[in-house]
Design a protein around this ligand. Structure first.
Ligand SMILES: *Cc1c(COP(=O)(O)O)cnc(C)c1O
Length: 367
C-alpha cells in the first residue's frame, strides 16, 4: 500500500465548512486586510504561546526579517545561527545588513550546540537565532545563558515547532522574540502564506507592528521605512479555526511518533529523534539517521512510501554561502547529518495501517 510523505487534505478538510463561511463573510464585508479577525488571531496565538504580544505577519520569512530588524543591528554586525536549517533563517540576516555566522549543531538534537556557541562570539556579535528544528526545542537555558553573558538578543526560529515546550514554557515565549510560519505544510498551516512574531516586550511588538506596514504608526505617518508584510484577514480567520484543533493535532503527532520510536528502536543502525532534557517535541518531521540513507530512500520509494531529506546540503556548503569561504568539515555534525537524515511520513490524519506499512518496510530493508 502506498503511503504519501504528506497529505494536507486530511488536515484541511477538517476546517472546510468554517473556511467557506469565512470566505463568504469576507466577500460580504469586503474587508480583507486588518480588522477583527486579525486582532482575534493575534491575541489567541500569542496566548497559546504564553507570550504577552503577538504580531501576525505575511510569512515566516518576513516574521524573521522584521524580528531581526526590530531587535536591531548595525551593518556588518554578526548574527549566529545553524547551518542545518532552511535557508530563510540565514538569508534574512544578510538582507538586514548583517553577517551570517554559522555554529555547528548537536547531532543528538539537530539543533545549535550551546557548547559550540562561545567559540563564534566576537565583539561584533549582536544576536543568536536558534532553530527549533523538526519541532524539537533547542537547549534554551544554555543558549540564553551565553546570550545574557554577551548581551545578545535571541530570536527563536519556531517555524517548525508550534506548541513545543521547553522546561514547561511554550516555544515563542522563551527568547527575546520568536518567528513562526503558517506555510501550508507546517503543524498549523494557512490556506496560503502566513507568519507570526511573539514577544514579551511591548516596545519590540510595536516596532514590528509598524515595520509590517511601511513604518506607519498612524495612517500616512511614517516613523521609518518598513515593509508590506501583513497577514490577510481570510488567513487569520482560517488560522483561528485551526488553532482550536492544534493541541489535538500535536497530540496525535506525538502519539504516532511514539509508535515509530517503539517499533524502530534497535532496527539496523537507525538513530531515532530525541528531545533535549525537559522538552516536548511536536514532530513537525519524524527524521531518522542511517549510514544507508540513500539505499533506504530508494527501497521505500519502490514500496510506494514517500520520504524527504531535510536538508540534503547544509547552508555552509550552498553556492549562496560560498563567499563565507567555509570547508565542508568546518561544521562536521551538520555535514554528517545532511548525508544521513531521512524523514518518514508523519502528519495529522495518517492512519495506523499506514504507520504499520512504513514500519514494516523499514524493518524489511534492514533485515
Ligand atoms: C518554513 C520555515 C521558514 C520560512 O517560513 P515561510 O512561511 O515559508 O516563509 C523559516 N525557517 C524554518 C526553519 C522553516 O521551516
Amino acid at each position: 500500500m502506498a503511503v504519501p510523505f504528506l497529505d494536507l487534505t486530511r488536515q484541511n478538510r477538517q476546517v472546510r465548512d468554517q473556511a467557506v463561511a469565512i470566505f463568504h463573510d469576507a466577500v460580504e464585508h469586503s474587508a480583507f486586510i486588518g480588522g477583527k479577525r486579525v486582532e482575534e488571531f493575534e491575541q489567541n496565538f500569542a496566548r497559546f504561546c504564553g507570550a504577552r504580544f503577538g504580531v501576525s505577519i505575511k510569512s515566516g520569512t518576513d516574521a524573521l526579517r522584521l524580528a531581526i530588524a526590530a531587535c536591531g543591528l548595525e551593518p556588518g554586525d554578526e548574527i549566529i545561527t545553524s547551518p542545518f536549517t532552511f535557508i530563510a533563517t540565514a538569508e534574512v540576516i544578510t538582507q538586514n545588513g548583517g553577517k551570517v555566522v554559522f555554529t555547528d549543531i548537536d547531532p543528538d538534537t539537530y539543533n545549535l550546540d550551546p557548547r559550540e556557541l562561545e567559540k563564534h562570539i566576537t565583539p561584533r556579535t549582536r544576536g543568536i537565532i536558534p532553530v527549533h528544528l523538526y519541532g524539537n526545542p533547542c537547549a534554551m537555558d544554555a543558549i540564553l545563558e551565553v546570550a545574557r553573558k554577551h548581551r545578545l538578543w535571541v530570536l527563536e526560529d519556531a517555524c517548525q515547532s508550534h506548541g513545543a515546550t521547553y522546561n514547561g514554557r511554550v516555544v515563542g515565549s522563551i527568547g527575546t522574540c520568536a518567528a513562526f510560519s503558517f506555510y501550508p505544510t507546517k503543524n498549523m498551516g494557512a490556506f496560503g502564506e502566513g507568519g507570526f512574531v511573539t514577544t514579551q516586550d511591548e516596545a519590540l511588538a510595536k516596532r514590528i507592528q509598524a515595520l509590517r506596514s511601511h513604518g506607519q504608526s498612524v495612517r500616512y505617518v511614517h516613523d521609518f521605512e518598513g515593509f508590506n508584510a501583513r497577514l490577510d484577514a481570510i488567513q487569520a480567520g482560517i488560522l483561528n479555526e485551526k488553532l482550536k484543533l492544534l493541541p489535538a493535532w500535536n497530540e496525535e503527532r506525538i502519539r504516532v511518533a511514539a509508535v515509530y520510536l517503539d517499533a524502530l528502536a534497535g532496527v539496523g543502525d537507525l538513530v531515532l529523534p530525541r528531545p533535549v532534557e525537559g522538552a516536548t517535541h511536536v514532530y513537525h518531521l519524524f527524521t531518522v539517521r542511517t549510514a544507508r540513507r540513500d539505499a533506504l530512500q530508494v527501497f521505500l520509494n519502490q514500496q510506494g512510501i514517500g520520504t524527504a531529506i531535510h536538508y540534503p546540503i547544509p547552508l555552509h556548503m550552498q553556492a549562496a554561502y560560498q563567499y563565507l569561504g567555509h570547508a565542508p568539515e568546518d561544521f562536521p555534525a551538520s555535514l554528517a547529518c545532511s548525508r544521513s537524515v531521512i524523514s518518514l511520513p508523519l502528519y495529522q490524519g495518517i492512519t495506523e495501517v499506514e504507520v504499520g506499512e512504513v514500519i514494516g518496510a523499514v524493518r524489511k530493508f534492514f533485515s
